[in-house]
Write a protein that binds this ligand. Sequence first.
Ligand code: HEC
Ligand code: HEC
Length: 467
Amino acid sequence: MKKSFLFLFCLCFFFACNTYRSLPELVYNNDWETLTIEATAQIRNGDAAAGWKYLTEGDYIGSGIPFDLVKKKIATQKDTVLNRTGANENLPFGLTAFQHNNGTTVMSGNCLTCHGGYLNDEFIVGLGGFGSEFNDFSKNNAPTFKALNTLVKIKYKKDSKEREAYDIFGKINKEALSYIVTPFEGVNPAFRLEEAYIMKRNKEDLTLQEDSNYKLDKRYTLASDVPPWWHLKKKNALYYNGMGRGDFTKLLMQASTQGIKDSTEARAIQQNFIDVLAYLETLEAPKYPKPVNEKIIWQGEKLFNKKCSQCHGTYGEIEAYPNKLVALETVKTDPYYAQNFSTKMHLADWYNESWYGQSEPKSFVQPMDGYIAPPLDGIWATAPYFHNASVPTLEGVLNSKIRPTYWRRIAELDYEKMGWRYQEMTKGGNKKTYNTTLPGYSNQGHDFGDEFTKEQRMAVIEYLKTL
Ligand code: HEC
Ligand code: HEC
């Protein structure tokens, strides 16, 4: 008994070491510290109200589970979050029932699965990460999907419309879900999912093919935080490393690769995303709900404008956001996310040669070794911090020495340290514990607040609450 345990341990250790050894070498490009990303032309004649309707009820996932099969089990409570009607009347906010091209009603996840959450019991559109029942990716859902595939096969005949409307969704998810199991909850593997969705898509017409465009490594899942949607209107490039360039309507519809049939369907969706973009650009950051200490804000603002605004912009009367991409060498936060895209170009290559990069309006992916210094509007509401969600409070962002190595979220805001209340743990290895010793999840860097005195730091935090 003991021996086999030891053997198992060694085996796990071997695989763990092997996994880490195969991560890409760090290569720095030393020519720049911060780059300004210039604005590119965007289609800005959308209808925001139509965009909201499409976002919450539209057919952008393309295919899905036959609604009749799951309706009784899932559509059980009135949707009091989005107050939808019709087929969506009794669905949770993260799911949408819509009509497939062939006329049958199907159900899938929607954008709010990852981009909607609760703060103080209030639902906030565009708030990512925790606070949503959909946001635990540490479970492996591939077996559930296999069972669903079987159920659909038993229930519907081979040439039925339901099977047709489920086919791509079932095929893609069965494979993709096994690539996205995160080492703990609280991080989001959306890009991994995207890599899995397009792995077998033909780049010219986006149809599914037999052969894989590239190989994905199942052994380790890199994931990130989810940026809030209300920053979009200030940004010239999307994603943490600024790799999303060119036309936003196409970048925003990436989730469609989960279930669409081809580029003809993609085109129709892109037209609707002109409205979605208009809607997203109406969003504002939620206001800080408590009184702030007026006596120290001015001091915080002064310090901020001296030490932080060159990267993060200015707020208040003179709003200016510089769209800075900051080199890994300068920001020194965990490099692995940026490196993952800049050293392994399969995603960028596929994207840039595909329908997205080749047809108008063109968008493209340009990975660089750096991270965007994000706008800080509503920063009080968006803990945990950094692209990898590794630091639970603003106090920790501004003092690299007090960041916890292993920590567990307590579902409550800490208004003093500003961020999540957490319990510090002595070790990782548990799905509830954030483990900053794993590759990609370190809490290093961004030491720009380290030299503040305690009072100065508290003043800056107080000021940040007002943004
Ligand atoms: C599986 C979870 C998931 C789903 C579903 C999802 N997203 Fe995201 N989204 C993310 C994550 C994670 C990121 C951050 C990726 C990065 O920056 O590297 C992101 C990034 C974004 C951004 C970029 C914001 C910025 O500041 O750079 C926008 C906008 C966005 N998503 C909109 C959408 C829309 C619209 C949909 C639906 C069509 C959608 N997302 C579906 C998880 C998701
Ligand atoms: C040289 C540029 C630079 C300076 C100076 C700088 N930052 Fe940052 N900041 C960044 C970058 C880049 C990130 C994103 C890092 C990441 O996600 O890994 C960031 C992230 C943050 C975040 C987390 C954002 C989020 O949504 O998770 C906060 C808060 C922040 N900075 C506040 C400050 C404050 C306050 C100062 C001044 C003491 C400051 N920064 C100075 C570049 C800078």
